[in-house]
Design a protein around this ligand. Sequence first.
Ligand SMILES: O=C(O)CCC(=O)C(=O)O
Ligand SMILES: [Fe+2]
Length: 216
Amino acid sequence: MKSCHALGAKLLESFALDMGLATDFFTSKHNYDQQQSSVLRLLYYPSINSNEFSSNTNMRAGSHSDYGTCTFLFQKDIGGLQILLPSTLSDPGPTWLDVPVIEDGILVNVGDLFDFWTGGKFKSTQHRVVAPRTAAEAQGRFSIAYFLHPADSERLVQIPLESDTGLDAKDERSALRRFGIPADAELTAKEWLLRRLGPTYSERKAAPTQMGDVVA
Ligand SMILES: O=C(O)CCC(=O)C(=O)O
Ligand SMILES: [Fe+2]
């Protein structure tokens, strides 16, 4: 977990530089030693009888974006993970891209919290794990996900962007439309998580988990 957090810090430094902020702007808000909601999750998707895989259309994990700052995904041997490409004027329909299994490779997905925080400059990645399409994919699948979150008490004040003028920019920043949370809400990281997990939390009356989102 500590190594993942350290990797996250490197990435957050680059993001801060890209946004013209102090290098430690994000890292100072992701202090490993403070109370936080980062979690490392070991995932297993059971094998599917290879005679039946072609008729099985259930997703292994339905389309979703993660809640936190960003997620590191480690895949092993068995593919199936896909990300949704942003729609363009020339291709307005949904285009899913297979994420190849790259040995020692890590997929970085931006999460909703970072999207909200940066006013949509960094868009969260919609992703899913499709039903096995080949006998090889029908085997049991292991993956590891590290969900990076800020310290629970950090206030998420939306960062003003230089491009913050004009209607397009305003629309981009419509957090209310995209997340159901007003852009000026000034939630703490913990409050953000609880708001996003709200329906899952009240239905299950159990500790909230990120996978609640994945299987929804
Ligand atoms: O298993 C995977 O590759 C993806 C898992 C995932 O998206 C998640 O746990 O949020
Ligand atoms: Fe995910």
